[in-house]
Design a protein around this ligand. Structure first.
Ligand SMILES: Nc1ncnc2c1ncn2[C@@H]1O[C@H](COP(=O)(O)OP(=O)(O)OP(=O)(O)O)[C@@H](O)[C@H]1O
Ligand SMILES: [Mg+2]
Length: 174
């Protein structure tokens, strides 16, 4: 077998990294779009993030696994340190990121170039969600939940069930 043959037969792994605190339907939409493109999809939860967390890493992994349980070509992992090092460990070369709007572009562009600089074998691909999910972010989900808004249709059931216990309703102002 020539080296080009082995290249074409190696499973194509797409790595979708993020903090997923919590996963919402914009994330789910991007993950679904990965299946026709990759043989295997690895959802990778970032451990070293400066963002203030609502769910612990273990809880996020548990929720993601529950949401993606019926997807045999998908697994959920967490990682710390550099994404490119994690990718090298699992034999992956492709990063998947979601692009919601122009506002995402600049930071995503910088990150893609930095990751390429750190490991030139790594390529980043960008996928866009269904328009109806393009305004969603975990930050906004947490904010709406905290203010008592309805999240039905915006997050998977596994998140919906856990959110109210985590975020007390705001006290009424006098
Ligand atoms: N609604 C969405 N549609 C498409 N891609 C999205 C959406 N929300 C997030 N993503 C993408 O998912 C990846 C992981 O992002 P991240 O975990 O930061 O989610 P987030 O919703 O942006 O959370 P936060 O508000 O905490 O930043 C990024 O590539 C991000 O652009
Ligand atoms: Mg984000």
């Amino acid at each position: 077998m020539s080296s080009s043959d082995s290249k074409t037969t190696a499973p194509k792994i797409g790595v979708y990294p993020g903090s997923f605190d919590p996963i919402h339907n914009g994330h789910v939409d991007i993950i679904e779009r990965c299946f026709p493109i990759f043989d295997e999809v690895v959802v990778a939860v970032l451990r070293n993030t400066s963002k203030e967390a609502l769910f612990s890493i273990d809880e996020r992994v548990e929720i993601l696994r529950e949401v993606l349980a019926d997807r045999p070509r998908c697994r959920v992992e967490s990682f710390s340190g550099l994404l490119v090092d994690f990718m090298s460990e699992i034999g992956a070369r492709t990063i998947v990121r979601g692009l919601r709007a122009v506002s995402d572009f600049e930071s995503e562009f910088q990150m893609a170039l930095m990751n390429r600089r750190l490991d030139p074998r790594v390529e980043t691909v960008f996928l866009t969600p269904k328009e109806e999910y393009s305004y969603l972010s975990s930050r906004l989900i947490k904010e709406v939940s905290r203010l008592g808004g309805d999240l039905a249709g915006l997050v998977p059931q596994a998140v919906l069930e856990r959110m109210p216990q985590r975020t007390p309703k705001p006290k009424p102002t006098a």
